[in-house]
Ligand binder design. Structure first.
Ligand code: UD1
Ligand code: CA
Length: 456
């Protein structure tokens, strides 16, 4: 559908969150609430997006794409006043505009699209997205006359009969942009909070004989907002369950979901098992037939097919196919681990490429290194990449064998099929096919203990 725009209201400070940052930056599954809303808009095909911000607008713009426009509402005089601050955006666009709240992150693209369809089919001036809930609490009540919506009454302004209505205002609405602009100036602030309520636009448009409708969301959870940390935790629980169930529907195995947190932007292939205590956050792609976990954290990384990752931390890196890793590995940013690599316990790798089928089995640090194929690192190898001032790279050729407790002092190059003797401190390049020994020869002093006085 064409000519559709969105305006997110996010000028509220959210004192009850007790945060130093604007409320809409509070996170649900590691992603700021406002990003959930903006992502749902983008996914539903919204062409242009604007956000109304209060004091800390720069913090909000930092987490949103450059294409988003921002308008500042200096004084918080209500939701209609907030919309008015984006008058230029509305005028420029025309078409239909979705107005929604930055603190209700669970709205999804399907509801946005389906409500727009109803809005356009009925030629509505405004269509409010609603839900039937057991406990309507402080939410605005939808006052209907059959299919038509007559208005929305804030809980504070409700009659006792209106308080009994269980259909509530989600705070999201599709407006015919032109009609929204016409009605905005007529909204007053004669209500319990002395605020300019956007909800009044429905009554005014209805009284003017315009078509005003409601779209009832089948899943009431999508309308939930968060005012405090307790609400936020509830939204996390709901989002967590929905995301895990989506992956189950795609063929991902969960024996038990304890401690499993999967962000919204994670893709997982079929027949992969996710074990308890696993956290996948940011943009993560995991292939098929993997076993991830237990107790693994993967952030902004790609994992190929058939990998086994046990109790590891992986950040901003790429693992190809058939990699086995863990327990207890730390893979730091900008690392590429190629096919069939085995990385064992207590290994740290940073800003390095590890070639196909290389083994780094235990207790090793590989930093700023380009490692070839089928290399074997013995236990305790360290790439000495930092001289106190600068970082340097280490290069290791194919099929090299790095003896236990070797120090590779960078910058240094080890050739193909070379061998370093255990305990060597390698400071010079090693040619192909060579053995490098860089330690003192052992001296045995025969009978030395006979003269040494020691306690029994
Ligand atoms: C609003 C609705 C209510 C609905 C509820 C859903 C009105 C009058 N009421 O109530 O019917 O059930 O949302 O959550 O609209 N904001 C601004 N500037 C302002 C005031 C608010 O940007 O001057 C933003 C807030 O940051 C928030 C959104 O608008 O994202 C909603 O404001 P809020 O104060 O939470 O409205 P509610 O009283 O919850
Ligand atoms: Ca609210």
């Amino acid at each position: 559908m064409k000519n559709i725009h969105a305006l997110i209201l996010a000028a509220g400070d959210g004192k009850r969150m007790k945060s130093k940052h604007p409320k809409v930056l509070c996170r649900v599954l590691f992603k700021p609430m406002i990003r959930w809303v903006a992502d749902a808009c983008a996914e539903s095909g919204i062409e242009s997006l604007a956000v109304i911000v209060g004091e800390h607008g720069d913090e909000i713009s930092a987490v949103l794409p450059d294409s988003v426009s921002f308008f500042v509402q200096k004084e918080r005089l209500g939701t209609a006043h907030a919309v008015m601050c984006a008058r230029e955006f509305l005028k420029k666009n025309g078409g239909d505009t979705l107005v929604l709240c930055g603190d209700a992150p669970l709205i999804d693209a399907a509801v946005i699209r389906d409500s727009l369809k109803l809005h356009r089919e009925r030629h509505n001036a405004v269509t409010v997205i609603t839900a039937e809930v057991d406990d309507p609490g402080s939410l605005g009540r939808i006052v209907r006359d059959g299919d038509r919506v007559k208005g929305i009454v804030e809980a504070r302004d409700c009659t006792p009969e209106q308080l009994e209505i269980h259909e509530i205002n989600s705070g999201a609405y599709w407006f015919d942009t032109k009609k929204l602009l016409e009605v905005l100036g007529r909204i007053g602030h004669n209500n319990a909070q002395q605020e300019y309520y956007l909800t009044d636009s429905l009554r005014l448009l209805s009284e003017a004989g315009e078509a005003v409708g409601g779209f009832v969301a089948a899943d009431a959870d999508i309308t939930l907002g968060a005012n405090d940390r307790k609400d936020l935790c509830r939204l996390n629980d709901i989002a967590r369950r929905k995301i895990i169930e989506k992956h189950m529907a795609n063929g991902v195995e969960f024996v038990n979901t304890d401690g499993i947190l999967i962000g919204a932007d994670v893709e997982i292939g079929c027949d992969t098992a996710i074990l308890p205590g696993t956290i996948l956050r940011g943009k993560v792609v995991i292939g098929e037939d993997c076993v991830i976990g237990p107790d693994t954290l993967i952030e902004n990384s790609t994992v190929g097919d058939g990998c086994r990752i046990d109790a590891c931390r992986i950040y901003q890196s790429t693992l190809h196919n058939g990699v086995t890793m863990g327990p207890f590995c730390h893979i730091r940013p900008n690392t590429e681990i190629c096919d069939g690599v085995h990385i064992g316990d207590f290994v740290e790798v940073k800003n390095s490429v590890i070639g196909d089928e290389t083994h780094i089995a235990h207790l090793t640090y590989v930093g700023d290194s380009d490692v070839g194929k089928k290399v074997n690192f013995g236990g305790g190898v360290i790439t000495v990449n930092y001289d106190g001032k600068y970082k340097h790279r280490t290069t290791v050729g194919d099929r090299a064998f790095i003896g236990c407790n070797s120090n590779l002092v960078a910058p240094v190059k080890l050739g193909n099929r070379c061998f370093t003797a255990a305990g060597s401190t390698i400071t010079e390049d090693v040619p192909d096919n060579s053995l490098a020994i860089a330690r003192n020869r052992q001296v045995n002093k025969i009978g030395w203990m006979e003269h040494k006085e020691m306690k029994d």
